[in-house]
Design a protein around this ligand. Structure first.
Ligand code: DC
Length: 223
């Protein structure tokens, strides 16, 4: 099985790029951020006090997450209910960044991610795929862009007039800091990851460039 790990900060376009690459390569696509978002959503709905490890453990024992691949892309089921769109808002972004720093949460999701990666040719995007989840991934890419550009992309994606662009940038900088400085599995580029800054490229150019890089790499592996 081949694993392509795409890590990077929020708003770098990882998921869009990874999804497009998976389609072109006929690989499974796994957006691991959606798993953290699902846990955040569950903790919010169930009012879990995540500063108490007993509550966290109990919630993780009870949570039932299923990932489906459909024509519409990856769908996430929480206890059988499709919550794919419910997890895409700023409130869940903020909570997910907080719960992502809890070791028990990471352990739980790590097992789940590894089990999926073992069975499929897969492109996974996240923060720690190349460093912790699949450190022996055949191809590792670290995708980034300037904070201003990432905030602008996020802002357009949110399509919510009540939110100011400056606030999105502010939140993004806080989240970058949180994701990169947490003790457990912080966001960082694996030493053997290819760094790609998409600031100067269109989405299509980024996808084309990365596709070339991945094909080259897979070809070398097969030689
Ligand atoms: O990629 P995203 O914005 O949907 O991720 C949501 C949060 O989950 C983000 O704050 C960081 C966290 N996350 C993580 O810690 N590790 C991953 N592999 C993926 C996401």
């Amino acid at each position: 099985m081949i694993c392509i790990a795409i890590d990077g900060p929020s708003g770098s376009g990882k998921s869009t790029v990874a999804k497009a690459l998976a389609k072109k390569l006929n690989f499974l696509f796994l957006d691991t951020g959606a798993l953290y978002r699902t846990v955040a959503y569950y903790f919010k709905v169930k009012n879990v006090n995540f500063s108490l490890s007993s509550e966290v453990e109990k919630a993780l024992d009870e949570i039932s997450i299923k990932i489906l691949s459909s024509d519409k892309g990856q769908r996430i089921l929480l206890s059988g209910k499709d919550i794919t769109s419910e997890i895409r808002n700023e409130e869940i972004s903020v909570i997910s960044s907080k719960i992502a720093a809890i070791p028990k949460v990471r352990e739980h999701l790590l097992k789940m991610q590894r089990a999926i990666a073992r069975k499929n040719n897969i492109i996974m995007d996240g923060r720690d795929i190349g460093t912790a989840v699949v450190p022996n991934a055949e191809v590792k890419i670290f995708l980034t862009a300037s904070p201003e550009l990432r905030a602008k992309r996020r802002y357009l994606q949110l399509n919510d007039e009540s939110i100011r662009m400056e606030k999105v940038l502010e939140d993004l900088i806080i989240r970058d800091e949180k994701d990169s400085t947490r003790k457990i599995c912080p966001l960082r580029r694996a030493e053997d990851a290819i760094l790609f800054d998409s600031s100067e490229f269109t989405l299509e150019e980024t996808i084309d460039n990365l596709l070339k890089i991945i094909k080259e790499r897979i070809k070398t592996l097969n030689e």
